[in-house]
Design a protein around this ligand. Sequence first.
Ligand code: GRF
Length: 203
Amino acid sequence: CRVVVLISGNGSNLQALIDQQAAGLLPIDIVAVISNRPNVMGLQRAAKANIPHQVVDHTEFDSRELFDTALQQCIQQFTPDLVVLAGYMRIMTADLVRRFAGKMLNIHPSLLPKYPGLHTHRRALDNKDLQHGSSVHFVTEELDGGPVIAQSQFDIQPGDTEDSLAIRIKQLEHKLYPKVVGWFAENKIALQGNQALYNGEKL
Ligand code: GRF
């Protein structure tokens, strides 16, 4: 399974995929890492793992459409079976999403459908939620709104802060995302209409 990973920053989820692949636990080939920001940690992680990496800098384009066209061309040259968004922080045009329908995953730090968008940890604390977590979903045209494939959750403790939640969430994400990417590589999951399937059954 040829995988292109899109990032905007740190890339700890990318690292989890790299590590699982290197350990022989994940049947994927990460053929490229593409960042919309130059000089980010995730690019260094790719370099260290000898993975081709490129920057398509959104600040160099006059519109979202022009940027996404360039990004799409960049992705396509690697002929991926799967595009994995791992801390990729740009909203995508419908065109780009449609081009990779059923072949693009995102990980979002909330228990979707709660808290699409930004500042999920703060929103969970403000609402005095008892639980928090992360979701992997197929990417559709609705921001963070595609069908959820799997979630990891944990109890919010008294004294938790945005930072402490972010740390705990990432620990879970580093197990959750490789697991779901592995399912995709093994043809266990699919998108049918607006429904995620696991072994042909609705999730
Ligand atoms: C993760 O928490 C993910 O849920 C969100 O962005 C963060 C990326 O972290 N979409 P990293 O760059 O993988 O460390």
